[in-house]
Design a protein around this ligand. Structure first.
Ligand code: SF4
Length: 381
């Protein structure tokens, strides 16, 4: 049996699982569509949360296999028959079997991402089906598939949050939304939902939205109980941004920095984060410099490999190679540390959960051991 993996060696394995995907030899909890990373198996490897592609076509070529092992609930990650690490597959959340008084199944209102309760409170987006649609996003796909409902009511979210906390150990709530036509881009409704959730469950809440035209909305949602915010620029490369997210490109890198700086004043350093998606053709050095500028401003860059959503405008793509993603983790993790930002100090949301990235594994152990990579580079594609 291999020694327990940790630090950068574990980080490398997680990065590989997220780039190549994992073939699963039994049923596990997963996400198939929606806003944010989908086609996601959700497990813990050596205790560290990770999501990975497992239904996309390219996963069939992955050398990584997740298979059950003797005892109830214990699993292992294998490559070519060799056991690399222990894994834990969370059970189906018990709150999924509950419904609201008006018959809405709780799992159509929010899902449990390991220990984070996540919900897309408005499942439609102003840009969907138009030239402005973000090419990596699948927000309305799960709606079209009947796996969720268009708008989640604050009182329903509060009800589900209490159940998820008490029955399944949820420790925070991650709320996101499609962009609405209003000047607040949907942020005010997220604030309303956060207030109801906090009053009922006391759980910390992250709200994710596009920067509102009027930044005073940020103070309002803080008042309403939002603890952390995500305003996702997606890419620091303006050319890539203009292609993959035209509407966000109109706000531009400078517009996001203005919104982030105001948010850091209100929510605090490290309580503001942005997704940075790798594998969309971005310039690497521009991306590293952008992440460092964001960190200087008190913003946590949640660096993730592209997770192509089946059915989205990038559904036919594949994630970037693990080595490429790791090269960025190795730059960003130490820079976070010397600037006093850390994923484990984020109150709520994706940067706190960390499962869709391997950055936290690099953070936890500072500088990589000498000699860099510990896993051999695989040429499976
Ligand atoms: S980082 Fe965690 S909360 Fe965010 S989308 Fe991934 S699994 Fe869900």
């Amino acid at each position: 049996m291999a020694d327990t993996l940790s630090g950068p060696a574990l980080g490398e394995l997680l990065a590989e699982l997220q780039s190549y995907g994992v073939r699963v030899e039994d049923t596990i909890q997963a996400r198939r569509g929606g806003a944010g990373p989908s086609d996601a198996g959700m497990i813990r490897v050596e205790g560290v949360p990770v999501t990975f592609p497992f239904t996309a076509d390219y996963v069939a070529d992955s050398p990584y296999v997740l298979q059950p092992e003797g005892d109830e609930g214990s699993w292992g990650v294998y490559r070519e028959g060799r056991r690399l690490a222990g894994a834990e597959v969370p059970p189906r959340p018990r709150f999924y079997d509950m419904t609201t008084a008006d018959g809405i199944p709780y799992w159509k209102i929010a899902l449990l991402h390991l220990d984070s309760l996540a919900s897309t409170v408005i499942q439609t987006c102003l840009y969907w089906g138009k030239d402005d649609q973000c090419r990596f996003c699948g927000i309305e796909l799960s709606l079209e598939a009947g796996r969720t409902i268009p708008v989640k009511k604050p009182e329903h979210l509060a009800e589900v949050a209490v159940a998820a906390k008490e029955l399944d150990g949820a420790v925070d709530v991650t709320l996101t939304s499609g962009t609405t036509g209003g000047a607040d881009k949907g942020a005010r409704y997220l604030g309303k939902c956060a207030r109801a959730i906090k009053a009922a469950s006391g759980l910390p809440v992250q709200a994710q939205f596009e920067p509102p035209d009027d930044l005073s909305v940020l103070e309002e949602i803080k008042e309403q109980g939002v603890d952390s915010v995500g305003m996702h620029l997606e890419s620091f490369d303006p050319g890539v941004l203009a292609y993959v997210a035209p509407a966000k490109a109109r706000t531009g890198v400078a517009g996001y920095f203005r919104a982030w700086q105001r948010a850091v004043e209100i929510f605090g350093r490290g309580q503001v984060s942005t997704y940075v998606i790798l594998g969309m053709g971005e310039d690497l050095q521009m991306t590293i410099d952008g992440c460092k500028r964001a960190i200087d401003a008190g913003v946590y860059p949640f660096v993730v490999p592209l997770r192509p959503v089946p059915g989205s405008l990038m559904g036919d793509k594949v994630p970037p190679p693990a080595e490429y993603v790791e090269s960025l983790y190795r730059e960003v993790a130490p820079y976070l540390a010397v600037n006093g930002l850390a994923s484990w100090e984020v109150h709520a949301g994706c940067a706190r959960c960390g499962a869709c990235s391997a950055l936290a594994a690099y953070e936890r152990h500072g500088e990589p051991p000498s000699g860099g990579r510990q896993l051999p580079i695989l040429n499976v594609r």
